[in-house]
Design a protein around this ligand. Sequence first.
Ligand SMILES: Cc1cc2nc3c(=O)[nH]c(=O)nc-3n(C[C@H](O)[C@H](O)[C@H](O)COP(=O)(O)O)c2cc1C
Length: 96
Amino acid sequence: MKICMIHGSGRKGNTDITLEFIKQTMSELGDVIYTNIYLPKDLPYFCTGYMAWLFTGDYAGENCPHKKYTHLILEKLLEADAIVIGYPNYALGETG
Ligand SMILES: Cc1cc2nc3c(=O)[nH]c(=O)nc-3n(C[C@H](O)[C@H](O)[C@H](O)COP(=O)(O)O)c2cc1C
């Protein structure tokens, strides 16, 4: 099984500790291959593609201004059987 872990904190803090705990627990249950996405390092921009994806029906496709980053992320997400998203709560909401 392939699991993609999304690390939504820019620092090595509680989010990382929590994701590591999930990793260890999942690994005890069976063979798991993990891929990781570290935010904001792996996608250091907010979306500026405006409506490009909507008009082309091509989310993160050739029209994405950040395709250098988004394509790698999309690849990891598509090849995963499961996705785990970890993020801290800042000001009553998720980060990013
Ligand atoms: C500016 C700021 C706002 C925060 N807002 C909330 C909040 O609304 N609710 C909450 O439960 N924790 C809040 N926290 C606590 C963080 O979610 C907590 O410290 C978290 O463990 C940080 O994750 P990290 O260690 O992975 O960076 C806030 C922390 C900071 C610095």
